[in-house]
Structure formats: structure tokens, C-alpha cells
Design a protein around this ligand. Structure first.
Ligand code: 1GP
Length: 252
């Protein structure tokens, strides 16, 4: 099944979907395998792999390793055009629509589109909206774009609607990895009430309650990353999954 359809089905069946972002710089080898198995057992719906800045990792080999130990869908969350691998199932084809940097609106896409096609990857067109989160995040800095202020839900909603009208399949409201504050619930609400396409929310979500609040505000997919880079937090994966899957919770 196409990953896009799989995500829509998951949202329909479970009320919302839960994706965990893996940063190849942070999780390797045995720890990587153990964490992925733990995610599978704990009700996670898929893995995002990528990062705004990556050093010293053979991305293609890394994705191959992830796929070889996992039945979960693996979706590339590309920080650059070098993060493409035919071993993945899909790639978020991201345009940073909150910014005005042409390279991140269309430039890198022209370079990567033919590579994605020859890799047989499913591109999922995604309008990526950076929301101010209290500090300058790597995503903001690397994309050379201003985030939308936290107290301007109307700007976020208009931006998301424009992305929908441009034909994008998902909106990704991004606080940025390791954000001090997650995307405000008011912004999630304004965007989800304005758009008909699914809304992904990530960045700075550190508790199951915060994840649940985003779902209740209208989010359809939650992404967490940083929080599980600390192995002491792994036991909470199932609590996040249960908080997000408002239609069915899984006993683990
Ligand atoms: C970052 O939205 C993701 O792009 C996840 O953010 O690492 O802060 O959970 P965190």
C-alpha cells in the first residue's frame, strides 16, 4: 500500500497517527535496532529518518539498516537533497512555505525530483510551516527563513490554506527539533479548522499529555524525536502512542 494511503487509513482507524523521528547522528547499530523493535511493540505507526544537519553518516546504508530490522514504514524527512535512499518507502517532499527562501520553496526540489523518481520513492508533498518556538532551531537556521510568530494563528492558517490550494497533501507544523515550546494549540486549531488536508505537528513535544492536547486541537499526526534519544524515556513510547491513538489504545 502507498504510504500516503497507509497514513490516511491509520488516521481514520486510530483517530491519529504517531511517527517517531530518528536522527542518524544520534542512534546507531545495536541501540538503533533495539529502539526500532521497541517502537514496533509500542504502537508506533512509522519512522521518519533524517535531519537538518547530518555529519559522518552514510545515509543510504543507514536507511538499509533501519529497513532490515523493521516492518514499520520508513519515511525520509530530508534535511537536504543528499538524504535520498531507494531503501525507504517514501519521502516527505517538503516545501518550507512559511519562509521566502526560494531554495527551500522550489530550488532543492528541482535537483532532487529526478533522483527521487529513479529511486522509486513515493514523494508526499508537504507544506512545511515553521512556528517560532522560543529559540532559533536548526531547521530555521538551515532553511534561512523566518518562523511564523507564535501569537499569529491567522498567518499560520492562511499559509496552510495556500499550501493546500497549491496541491500539497500534508501540512507539517514544526516547532523545530528540541524546541523549548511546542507549536501552540491555538495554531494547531486554527490550521486544522481552515484546511481539509491532514496536519502533522512536531517539535518540542515532551509528554503524552502535550501530544494529546495537539490531537484534541485538531492534529492528525504527531512526531517526536529528541525525547527518545535518552534511553531512560523509552518506556514512555507506548504512553505517547496511546495518547495519540484516540480511537484505540494498545496494551503493551
Ligand atoms: C523535528 O518535529 C520533529 O523536526 C521532532 O521534534 O525532536 O523536538 O521531538 P523533537
Amino acid at each position: 500500500m502507498q504510504i500516503y494511503k497507509y497514513l490516511l487509513n491509520t488516521i481514520k482507524q486510530k483517530g491519529a497517527a504517531y511517527l517517531i523521528l530518528i536522527d542518524p547522528d544520534q542512534l546507531r547499530d545495536d541501540m538503533l535496532e533495539a529502539f526500532i523493535k521497541h517502537c514496533e511493540r509500542s504502537g508506533v505507526d512509522g519512522l521518519l529518518v533524517g535531519g537538518s544537519l547530518m555529519g559522518g553518516v552514510d545515509f543510504n546504508r543507514y536507511i538499509h539498516q533501519v529497513k532490515s530490522v523493521s516492518n514499520l514504514p520508513v519515511i525520509i524527512f530530508p534535511g537536504s537533497e543528499s538524504q535520498i535512499s531507494s531503501y525507504a518507502d517514501a519521502i516527505l517532499f517538503i516545501s518550507v512555505v512559511s519562509g521566502r527562501n526560494p531554495e527551500h520553496l522550489i530550488g532543492k526540489h528541482v535537483i532532487s525530483a529526478p533522483i527521487i523518481r529513479s529511486s522509486n520513492l513515493e514523494p508526499i508533498s508537504t507544506g512545511y510551516i515553521l512556528i517560532d518556538s522560543g529559540n532559533t532551531t536548526t531547521a530555521q537556521y538551515m532553511s534561512g527563513s523566518l518562523p511564523i510568530p507564535r501569537n499569529k494563528p491567522n498567518i499560520a492558517a492562511a499559509t496552510a490554506l495556500a499550501a493546500e490550494y497549491l496541491g500539497m497533501k500534508f501540512i507539517y507544523l514544526e516547532g523545530g527539533s528540541g524546541a523549548i515550546y511546542s507549536v501552540p494549540d491555538e495554531i494547531v486549531k486554527a490550521v486544522s479548522m481552515t484546511c481539509t488536508i491532514p496536519v502533522i505537528v512536531g517539535g518540542g513535544i515532551k509528554t503524552p499529555k502535550a501530544a494529546r492536547d495537539k490531537i484534541e486541537a485538531g492534529a492528525n499526526i504527531i512526531v517526536t524525536g529528541n525525547f527518545f534519544e535518552d534511553q531512560n524515556n523509552w518506556h514512555l513510547v507506548k504512553d505517547f502512542a496511546n495518547a495519540i491513538h484516540i480511537k484505540n489504545t494498545v496494551e503493551v
